[in-house]
Design a protein around this ligand. Structure first.
Ligand SMILES: Cc1cc2nc3c(=O)[nH]c(=O)nc-3n(C[C@H](O)[C@H](O)[C@H](O)COP(=O)(O)O)c2cc1C
Length: 175
């Protein structure tokens, strides 16, 4: 892939909140998982896990736990990517909390981009009640849900959101 192609690939992804019914195939789920496996992680500990939810009842509960964000139910498939604190803290102590969250969000990012590569649509949902999600999925106490990534076939919005100029983010050598 040349650099321009890579940039167009990134720029053409949109958060999608309107979905068609139907869900995704097992092969598509596996493709996302195999992409996430290539992500870097602190100490190569891969301190993340994912619960792939397709059950209508659970999707409805996750929708409620995120303040009614209907894209979770409508997509038919949610990848709930979690930080595994024990896996990271067993080596890194308190720093492992940060590393596990970073590992989980990088893995989720790889899944999001892998979905885009196979023309599926996603929405990264970060606003949810942690405790409610833990209860719905029966997560052990050392797991923190970091991202609910909806995955499906949907209708991307026509308009692209405004972005800050790259220069507004960048500082050179010192703030
Ligand atoms: C950390 C984080 C949390 C987000 N939480 C939500 C959310 O709870 N609900 C939602 O609809 N979109 C959420 N988004 C998606 C953003 O709204 C979206 O990425 C942003 O508006 C830019 O649009 P784009 O993804 O189409 O480029 C979140 C994105 C990130 C990275």
């Amino acid at each position: 892939m040349d650099p321009t192609e890579f940039h167009s690939f990134l720029a053409s992804r949109r958060s999608v909140r309107e979905y068609e019914a139907g869900g995704i195939t097992e092969e598509e789920k596996d493709y996302l998982l195999s992409a996430a496996k290539t992500a870097p992680s602190a100490g190569n500990l891969e301190a993340w896990d994912v619960v792939i939810v397709t059950d209508d009842g659970q999707l409805e509960e996750l929708t409620d736990a995120s303040g009614g964000q209907h894209q979770i139910f409508d997509s038919g498939c949610a990848f709930v990517v979690c930080a595994n604190y024990v896996r990271s803290m067993s080596r890194y102590g308190d720093r492992g909390i940060l590393y596990a969250l970073q590992d989980a969000t990088i893995a989720a990012t790889y899944m999001m981009l892998a979905a885009h590569a196979i023309r599926l649509h996603t929405c990264w949902v970060g606003q949810f009640d942690d405790e409610a999600v833990k209860e719905i999925l029966d997560l052990p106490t050392h797991m923190r849900p970091a991202v609910i990534l909806t995955v499906g076939v949907g209708m991307p919005p026509h308009a692209s959101p405004e972005r800050m100029d790259a220069e507004e983010h960048a500082h050179y050598d010192i703030w």
